[in-house]
Design a protein around this ligand. Sequence first.
Ligand code: PEP
Ligand code: MG
Length: 536
Amino acid sequence: MDDRAHRAAHRIEGRSAAPGIALGPLVRLVPVKHDVRQHRSAAEEHQALVDALAASQLDLGVLARDAGDADAEAILSFQIALLEDDNLAAPAFALIAGGELANEAWSAAIDPEIAAYDAADDPYFRARASDLRDLRDRVLRHLAGETDQSVPAGVIVAADDMPPSTFLATDWRDGGLVLRRGSPSSHVAILARSRGVPMIVGVDVDHLVNGAEALLDGNAGLLIVNPDGDMRASYCQRRAEQSEVRQAVASFSGPALTAAGELVRVMINVTGLAELRDIDPAHVDGIGLMRTEFLFQGRKKLPTEEEQYQIYRRMLEWAAGRPVTIRTLDAGGDKPIAGLTQPGDVNPFLGVRGVRLSLRHPDVFRAQLRALARAAVAGNLKVMIPMVTVPEELDRCRALFEQAVEELRREGREVQMPPLGMMVEVPAAALTIEDFNADFFSIGSNDLIQYVAAASRDEPQLADLARPSRAVFGLIRYVVNYANRSGRETSLCGDLAGDPEQVAALLDQGLRIFSVAPAALGAVRAAIARYSGSAA
Ligand code: PEP
Ligand code: MG
């Protein structure tokens, strides 16, 4: 008889950190205990720490090389940068010189740093404590001669915290993650979301039994230990629905045609290379929006020109000649970046964000424009400026871009000036669209709606106001008509484009280029195929 029948289902509530659902045995990960090694001379202990630091740097370099996505690379380069900073290990070497063992000296040096990050007010810095813990443990493992902790595939991992490097070294197929610590803004959560691994945080993992069957609902922030038959059945149904959606995407992989046979282009919105891994470029009409701010978030240092160039170039290579629209940094608003955006902005969405910020940080902007100009030779790149309000902003961007191109040419680099377009997301820009010297337009409905309605996109109480209205559709039609008359392309890359219920209304405005989240591709193509009207 099935032993499971005797065990009652037990629901444990946590906080959702990454959506999705998983069913499998629980595996409790316990922190590694590091051996106290037998005594060696101070010189030997010193050398042991030097070797462990070098070996850790090597590990991280290999992980970064194989990571394949910007989020992971950002976390690993944060750790590499810490290791490269001599100040981090200096107290440990001083303690060793005073007779301390290497492992104790290393912990004594780094634990106060971890405690400081843990105590920080800023959630960004608190989340970095786990990166430091990860680094501490990696060096300790090398000092103790141990290898990485490995996690089997298809299980629900429960742990106090999980170092990003363990996450990256794990096969997460059909698996999920439950943590006591961490938050939705921690690095592991960012990685889990970008890799589609269901994850919840805030769970007391001490009482979880190794090997017990569990159902993890990343959307609801729920862990059900010993789920009953009904719960399993509902899990199977949700899995089936998810795979139907995936099949729908695949079955609508040809050109998107309306019922009247008119061609509509459907592109995707992405934040980094990770999302591209599971998408066949032949199934999409290109990348309509690459939000570069995610390359800048969650790191100690801003990405260099070279780092950005490598990522942009790889995106263009993935697209194999299809258009790739990369948007320059749109930091600010709900996307603060430590050291760059203005803390304490009274009204961040009406503050120094998007192009306003880039123009105030010419060095940061210049590095991005140089990286883009270099990448442009690798494919069909288009560059787009966010939050443009008046024509002079775009003119200044164009001048800076031309300057960057010229500078690179003088350095003997192979470069190209790509078409320069703008997001249309500020009502003032939409209403005076004829005045802008843009090569193309892309309507940002997320911001356009909130600015037209004066209702924040993040305020659930105002959801009824912050929705597509006649006023918003009027502006969309106005922009699309002008673009058509002047022979320029217009796409729409806000979330509105990915809502199958709004597809017909958007086609009615004359829109023929959609850019949507990859998960919305199938449903949007299906809605286009049902459309029998014509904008004419
Ligand atoms: C938008 O505003 O619609 C848009 C696509 O930009 P973001 O959501 O990144 O502000
Ligand atoms: Mg926007």
